[in-house]
Structures are given as C-alpha cells and as structure tokens.
Design a binder for this molecule. Structure first.
Ligand code: SF4
Length: 271
C-alpha cells in the first residue's frame, strides 16, 4: 500500500483578494489559464494510479477556487477516486457567492466534502451570507477565524520573497526537518500542471521561474516513460531527501513555534 497524507489539486491562480502575505504570491503575478477538466482528469488518473490512498484530498486554488467556472466538474472528477481518500476539503476565502450548481454538488457530497471558510473579517456580511447558503443547501462547512485576536494558527506565516539565501547544507537540512511541510504534514503534495511537488514553495517557485527547476524535487505525473514504481521511488526520494532546492528560497518560518513570526491574515495590498 503506497500512502500519502494529502494531495492538493491546484485549480486556478486567480483571486479577488490581494493579500500581502499570500503564500502563493498571487497578487504579484499574472494568472495562468485555469486548470481544465481534461487536465484535472489526467493528473488525477496518474496520481491515483501511483498512490493507493491519501488522507486528505483538496481542491485549492493557488487563488480562490470558487472563481473556477467548472469547479463542480472538477469535484466530480475527484469523486471518481472516492475510495482512495478519507476526506475532501475545499478552502474558500468566503467572499464569493457560489452558484446553485456548485451548492448542489457540495451538498450532494456532504458526507465527505467540507468547505473550510477562511473568515478574514474583511467582508463579514459575505461570510454570514455564505454560511446561510451552506446551511440552506446542506453543505458541510467549517469556519476558520482569521481576524482580531486568537487567529487560527496564531495568524499567517511570511514565507518571504523568493530570494536566494545561500544557506549552508546543515542549515538547509535543519530547516527541512523542522518545517511543518515535513514534520507535521509528511508532505504538502500538490500539482498545478502534472508536476507533483512536496511543498507550495517548490511548486509555485518553479511555476514562476523563481526557484531553479531541479528534476529530483518533483515527479512528472504525466511522464508516460515513467512506470508507477519509478514514480513511487521518486516520491520516496523527495520525502527522505535532506532538503529541497526551494528551502534556500524560503524564510523557513512555516511551522515555527515562535509566535512573533505570525502575522495578521489577509492584510490587503493597497491598490
Ligand atoms: S521551501 Fe520552505 S516551506 Fe517548503 S519545505 Fe522548505 S522550508 Fe518548508
């Protein structure tokens, strides 16, 4: 049995908010076209051929997934693999009103899908309206407090700009071992285009050309020349690596227990 903790299908890079500490650096870059249903189908097929079981299936945007016009179809594509995951989580910034088709799809799978509502308090009325819509349509949801005192996780982490820090090997090994990506999540596995990365910083950094493209740091799920066993070996090699290239382009603060390194969530960049 080849297990991973989680898998995030990154549906789109578009967002209606402009968060200063966006972990995906969305406000600073032009979005690429949204993932198509056909792309999602190929990625999911290869992923679930390679991995027997995951704990958590996510659809996430680098940006806001509720902006994806074909989100109900993406959900249906994921549900083909229902037996291979335990939970299904969709995050939203709680500012977009879903259409009836999306509400129906979320309600239909409420035994497994939970919508995690990040509640930043920027538009409290929208958050309340969304909650009411979910209640009325039998959508399972969980509200996460990201405003005022006692923010979830103590607030957000600043991953920093993608500058190269030129850290020593020992520093990089320590960072990777102590990072929540590895220590707590056993990999925050994700794909936007078929490349499977262990960390947002690696996936997004390479997508933007801000982290050097190093082949050993990702698995090309769509590479038909690789067998399932070869893909599994590559995944294991990433999990057991001393560190990944992206660690030298990262603050390393993800997972820090130092509360001084947490910041108010979703602070907006002035237009
Ligand atoms: S790049 Fe940063 S967030 Fe990713 S594993 Fe390395 S230290 Fe952790």
């Amino acid at each position: 049995m080849f297990d991973l903790s989680r898998f995030l299908l990154l549906a789109n890079d578009r967002c209606n908010l402009r968060c200063k500490l966006c972990s995906e650096s969305i406000p600073n870059h032009k979005p690429e076209p949204d993932m198509t249903v056909e792309q999602a189908r190929k990625i999911l097929k290869s992923f679930f051929e390679t991995v027997d079981h995951i704990g958590k299936m996510h659809i996430s945007g680098g940006g806001e997934p509720f902006l994806h016009a074909r989100l109900p179809e993406l959900i249906e594509e994921c549900m083909v693999y229902r037996k291979q995951f335990d939970e299904f989580i969709i995050f939203t910034n709680s500012t977009i009103t879903p259409n009836q088709e999306l509400l129906d799809t979320l309600g239909k799978y409420s035994d497994v899908i939970t919508v995690r509502m990040s509640c930043y308090g920027l538009y409290p009325e929208k958050e309340r309206n969304l909650q009411q819509l979910f209640e009325a349509n039998h959508v399972k949801y969980h509200m996460i407090k990201y405003s005022g005192e006692d923010q979830d996780y103590g607030g957000w982490v600043d991953y920093g700009d993608y500058v190269k820090y030129n850290r020593s090997e020992d520093e990089l090994k320590r960072m990777f071992a102590e990072c929540a990506t590895k220590r707590d999540l056993n990999g925050n596995w994700r794909s936007r285009d078929g490349e499977l990365h262990i960390c947002t910083r690696s996936q997004r950094g390479m997508q933007l050309g801000l982290v050097p493209r190093v082949e050993k740091d990702y698995v090309d799920l769509l590479d038909e020349s690789l067998s399932v066993e070869q893909k599994q070996e590559k995944i294991k090699a990433i999990l057991t690596a001393d560190y990944i290239t992206a660690c030298d382009y990262c603050s390393g603060d993800y997972g820090t227990r130092d509360k001084r390194k947490r910041y108010p969530a979703a602070e907006q960049i002035e237009k």
